[in-house]
Design a protein around this ligand. Structure first.
Ligand SMILES: [Zn+2]
Ligand SMILES: [Zn+2]
Length: 361
């Protein structure tokens, strides 16, 4: 029998944690978006978002060709997150050959950028990811399907940079359909290479205009709606992500006041026992499970962990109205220890179930 080595939802109290709808990749007129920061914030507020990261391109002082900072704080653009009841996340899309989002990195000064020339930025993705880490931020690889990078390129990045916590699986609707397969291949390759570091999936609007907003989002499970809780959930993988192709229309976000903010399948709770993973949900038609390299395992609310086809991880997709799909994060699996085996503390530590290990501290 396999057992779950890392349940991303292990720390979630399903009765008390709040489900927070989040957009983690959005552009404004501060870079190549068509709406002002205030308009983009208002559009998300109207669509019942709790969390928003404005991630304009390369918004760093000292970056050649730009004199502005991040699109931050919101009060500089006429909006107060507290008044709106939202959590504002400071973000940046570093647009190298590859694009990478940095969150919680603060405003960069020229001095901090010394050592990185524009050429270096363009060529050296690991360098910018390092810098995001040095500043205590979290990083995510954006729309990998736009680049022809090998699996080993990503393996090396994810292995070396523990704050690089996620990779986009959906971007702006479903612009790069191959990103899903890339995610599965990458998770599988990392596990086969002996890495126990988790790689979470991400679904983002990468919005540049109003019609982009509302199709791709995350639902974080938070004890409190604050930055510390969000960082913890991002690192632990305590969220699911949604692709709702019709999600840009208003009726997908508001039913006239009864309180729903998504028409996509909604997870109520996930239970993990030594025997099975079970999902309770609403507004879904099917729940499909898959394992290594995305190989399907079959449908159902419950996945038995004694299935011989199980590989190194499993994940589920809930499909509902309008082809909306809700994706769980991967549950990493391992073999159950032999019954009389002496526990090896060093090995347990290497599994890195605590966040300090994830963050490389
Ligand atoms: Zn981009
Ligand atoms: Zn973007």
């Amino acid at each position: 029998m396999k057992r779950v080595m890392r349940n991303p939802y292990a720390g979630v109290d399903w009765s008390s944690h709040t489900r927070c709808k989040a957009s983690m990749h959005a552009h404004t007129t501060e870079s190549d978006g068509t709406q002002s920061p205030a308009e983009v914030i208002d559009e998300h507020h109207a669509k019942r978002y709790d969390i928003l990261a404005l991630t304009d391109h390369d918004a760093i002082p000292g970056w050649p060709g730009t004199e502005r900072g991040s699109t931050w704080p919101w009060t500089s653009y006429g909006r107060d997150p507290d008044e709106l009841g939202m959590l504002a996340v400071e973000g940046n899309e570093f647009s190298l050959i590859d694009h990478v989002n940095g969150y919680f990195t603060g405003v960069w000064t020229e001095e901090e950028l010394r050592g990185g020339t524009h050429d270096r930025f363009a060529e050296d993705l690991p360098w910018i990811i390092d810098q995001i880490g040095v500043r205590g931020g979290l990083a995510q690889i954006n729309h990998p399907g736009r680049y022809d990078r090998s699996l080993s390129f990503y393996l090396e990045l994810f292995d070396r940079h523990r704050h690089l916590h996620a990779i986009e699986v959906f971007n702006q609707g479903d612009r790069c359909p191959q990103d899903r397969q890339r995610w599965d291949h990458l998770v599988t390759a990392m596990r086969r290479a002996g890495s126990h570091y988790p790689l979470w999936g991400s679904s983002v609007d990468d919005s540049h205009q109003a019609s982009h907003i509302g199709r791709n989002y995350h639902v974080y499970l938070l004890p409190d709606r604050d930055e510390a809780a969000l960082r913890e959930a991002m690192t632990a993988g305590a969220y699911w992500f949604v692709h709702d192709p019709r999600g840009a229309s208003d009726d997908r976000h508001d039913d006239g006041g009864s309180g729903f903010w998504t028409a996509a399948p909604m997870i109520e709770r996930i239970d993990v026992t030594p025997a099975a993973i079970s999902i309770e949900a609403t507004r879904y038609d099917t729940i499909t499970w898959s394992t290594d390299d995305g190989v399907p395992l079959g449908d159902g609310e419950r996945l038995a962990l004694n299935d011989e086809q199980l590989g190194s991880y499993v994940r589920a997709v809930l499909r509902g109205d309008g082809r909306a799909a809700t994706y769980t994060q991967p549950f990493y699996l391992g073999a159950a220890p032999a019954e009389h085996q002496t526990p090896d503390p060093a090995r347990r530590g290497a599994m890195g179930s605590d966040h300090s290990d994830l963050l490389g501290r």
